[in-house]
Ligand binder design. Structure first.
Ligand code: F3S
Length: 756
């Protein structure tokens, strides 16, 4: 069995005591989110109440899930920890590295040809360290997690931002960077700022053309792409309980698009039905016994304003189908005349060229069945597709069942292309054009979550609109962005005017789910004999070697770059074509800081090499210092390292020999990542000292041998003319983080402790 019922029972067994204790400490009824958070504290039973949005808290997640792109570096790092097995149940899912082009059979074979090295590596590491492995074609990580691992009241982390999808089954599930996942795999705590709470009360009932997708499209309109930042969104009310479990998953999934830490729903009958349908009646039974802890205390939903930081109410009976986009998921437009008006004013192409149904957001059996009911009507009413249609089923189980039930055949009869059970166009793995950069302006509609420029097909001129699967199908058949299926008719092949009836579908397959090979490979019980082989000449994978401690004497360090203005993790380690090297530290290091603006000439990737006085790219210059045995310093502005939790942004400079990053302020996750890699992440005690740093500066750390918590460090900055400034820098290292520094990295320390 893929999931661990004993672990789930353990979580439930301790829940009552922890929830009761937390309620006493907090001194008021608890929301569901708080119950889950307080029952997953690293310290065990709660001993104090936390301030939302303020306190950093150590948690002990129940599970970890990784996708194939992010898992590479995460597992390479985990291999450094010296452990025999992962400390927490973990799975790896191969879904990102599969391109959509011809259709599932050809595309999957192609992916297995071009990425076999990565897939084989992930499979053997998984097998060795007790990690469940889902083969290419098994499905999209978040659908597979919902079908197999998510459970009400659980906490999981995943190395993908849409990990939040598991909130549909009542979890607190959060997307993290690889470094965080590695910590938990290695048996360490996971830290999170105790989130704020947004309550969304759903009244009324979905009907007709309105789907769960429209709920989150509406929430995105209300909260915008930033409105959920630092908060858990908790949905409740009669509209919530009336909705399917996978529909709840859709809503939670797109919580990532409003910046929310995660979203969740209280345990209800829809979840029980889903658990039973996915062969987890024992989980449902266990959940039923602790029901009261798997939803908020009754007072909370009766008076939400008293208990949430913000409350939104949406009447589902009044909600209509929406299209969000283009280029941002929070720009909502109602179907029909409003779209005609906006599209005309903004010159969005009204003709639609593709409809895409799938992604982790909307690829459940219910989604496919409702969309197919529209496709079937097109066949019955003699309508011809005006746009092309592509389908990515969420999992092999969904695909197999949908094929058995004739759903896929309906799409195929409309000449739709059935792509692999994988991310495909959702992550830009869509071979739509030979030259996407110069491709024409066009509109597409999809049921995915993200619609930023270039996201699906690499074409900056593609206007992507997000909609429910059923609306996506209707618009693709009509071929017009402003088609309103509630009021508009279409002319069929015989010249008759026809209209669509409302979509219909099944929440769950009437004959149950079925699958022949779900694509899961269980790991060996004892993996000690398994050899993980990485070819030394590989371009894409490279085993890591432990970082050498930087020591307590750093003198003569040279300035590598003084970054001007915004310097995000993308500026430090670009994505795009570099994604291919995610598992090869030395190769991906060739993009280090190439996006950062040099404060002295305002150019990118053009810095002075103090050894030769010549200018060159940042990685080359840094490699020259490294070859000469000279450490370097990076200087930056405010919020250095904002953006993502990408650990490469810390590992690459470390690999190349940067010793310290001194900035006006850090994005916190990046600061922690620098600490984990055994580097110095420091802030100017006096921000104006940023201006003192000159292009030819040399740094001498005066009192690094006294590195201690809450103690400033002193640096002598020697300028080219021989003059010097002595500056003070602050840091936020606690003693264990100083131990990481002393050992060379957090993983080195874990390994040492493990060996002891
Ligand atoms: Fe994959 Fe797109 Fe989801 S990339 S994990 S389907 S957001």
């Amino acid at each position: 069995m893929a999931f661990d019922i004993d672990m789930i029972k353990e979580v439930y067994a301790r829940m009552a005591e922890r929830v009761d204790t937390a309620r006493d400490l907090v001194g008021r009824p608890l929301t569901l989110s708080e119950k889950i958070l307080y029952s997953h504290l690293w310290e065990g039973k709660p001993t104090k109440a936390f301030t939302r949005g303020k306190n950093y808290v150590d948690f002990a997640p129940d599970r970890i899930a990784c996708q194939d792109a992010t898992a590479q570096m995460a597992l390479l790092q985990f291999m450094q920890a010296g452990k025999d097995k992962v400390a927490v149940p973990t799975t790896v899912h191969c879904d990102h590295l599969i391109q959509a082009k011809e259709g599932a059979a050809t595309d999957l074979k192609h992916a297995n040809d071009v990425s076999s090295e990565v897939f084989n590596f992930l499979e053997s590491v998984s097998n060795k360290y007790g990690i469940g492995f889902w083969k290419p074609g098994a499905g999209i990580i978040h659908q597979v997690v919902l079908e197999n691992y998510a459970f009400p009241g659980g906490m999981m982390i995943g190395t993908d931002s849409h990990t939040v999808n598991a909130g549909g089954l009542g979890m607190i599930a959060i997307g993290v960077g690889g470094a965080d996942a590695v910590d938990v795999m290695a048996g360490m705590a996971w830290e999170l700022k105790f989130p704020k709470l947004i309550g969304v009360k759903l009244t009324g009932k979905l009907s007709g053309w309105t789907a769960p997708k429209d709920v989150i499209l509406k929430v995105a309109e209300i909260l915008t792409v930033k409105g959920g930042t630092g908060a858990v969104v908790e949905y409740f009310g009669p509209g919530a309980t009336a909705m399917s479990c996978t529909g709840k998953g859709t809503i939670c999934n797109m919580g990532a698009e409003i910046g929310a830490t995660t979203s969740t729903f209280g345990y209800d009958e829809s979840m029980e039905r889903y658990l039973k349908a996915t062969e987890r009646a024992d989980v449902a039974e266990a959940a039923n016994q602790v029901k009261e802890h798997l939803t908020a205390d009754p007072e909370v939903y009766a008076n939400p304003e008293q208990y949430f930081d913000q409350v939104i109410e949406i009447n589902l009976s009044e909600l209509g189908p929406l299209l969000n986009g283009p280029f941002t998921p929070d720009l909502s437009t109602s179907v029909g005349p409003e779209m005609t008006e906006k599209a005309t004013a903004n010159e969005w192409p009204l003709q639609v060229e593709w409809g895409l149904i799938g992604s982790c957001t909307n690829s459940s059996y219910e989604d496919l069945s409702r969309a197919s009911s529209i496709a079937q009507q097109a066949l019955d009413k003699g309508l011809k597709m005006k746009a092309e249609l592509g389908i990515n089923p969420g999992s092999e189980q969904v695909r197999y069942t949908a094929e058995r039930d004739g759903i896929l055949e309906v799409f195929e009869n409309l000449d739709a292309r059935i792509f692999t059970n994988a991310c495909g166009p959702c992550i830009g793995q869509w071979a739509r054009y030979n030259d996407p950069k110069n491709a024409p302006k066009n509109s597409i509609v999809h049921s995915f979550n993200r619609n930023f420029a270039k996201r699906a097909d690499g074409n900056p001129n593609t206007h992507a609109f997000v909609a429910s699967p059923e609306l996506t199908a209707a618009i693709a058949i009509a071929g017009r962005l402003d088609f309103n299926p509630l009021t508009d008719s279409l002319i069929n092949e015989e010249g008759q005017e026809v209209m669509f009836d409302e979509p219909t579908g099944w929440e769950l397959p009437p004959k149950g789910f079925d699958v022949k090979d779900n694509g899961y490979l269980a790991p060996e019980e004892d993996g000690s004999k398994i050899n993980v082989v990485v070819n030394e000449t590989s371009e894409r994978l490279q085993l890591l070697t432990p970082f050498v401690p930087l020591g307590d004497t750093i003198t003569g360090a040279k300035l590598l770059i003084k970054a001007f203005g915004k310097c995000t993790t993308d500026h430090i380690s670009m994505a795009g074509p570099w994604l291919r090297f995610r598992g090869h530290l030395d190769n991906i290091a060739n993009n280090t800081l190439i996006g950062a603006v040099n404060a002295y000439n305002k150019k990118t990737n053009f810095v002075k090499n103090q050894l030769t006085d010549e200018y060159g790219g940042v990685p080359d210059t840094q490699r020259a210092y490294k070859a000469a045995g000279i450490k370097t310093v990076v200087v930056g502005d405010h919020n250095y390292g904002e953006g993502s939790s990408r650990e490469h942004a810390a590992m690459q400079p470390r690999h190349l020999g940067v010793a310290a990053v001194i900035v006006k302020s850090f994005a916190r996750i990046h600061e922690t990542n620098l600490k984990k890699q055994g580097m110095l992440g420091l802030t100017f005690a006096n921000e104006a000292d940023y201006d003192l740093i000159q292009e030819d500066d040399t740094f001498n750390f005066v009192d690094l041998h006294e590195f201690a918590p809450e103690k400033q460090l002193t640096i002598e900055v020697v300028h080219a003319d021989g003059s010097a400034d002595t500056i003070k820098v602050n840091h936020t290292y606690n003693q264990s983080q100083i131990d990481w520094y002393n050992e060379g990295s957090a993983l080195n320390l874990i390994k040492k402790e493990n060996a002891a």
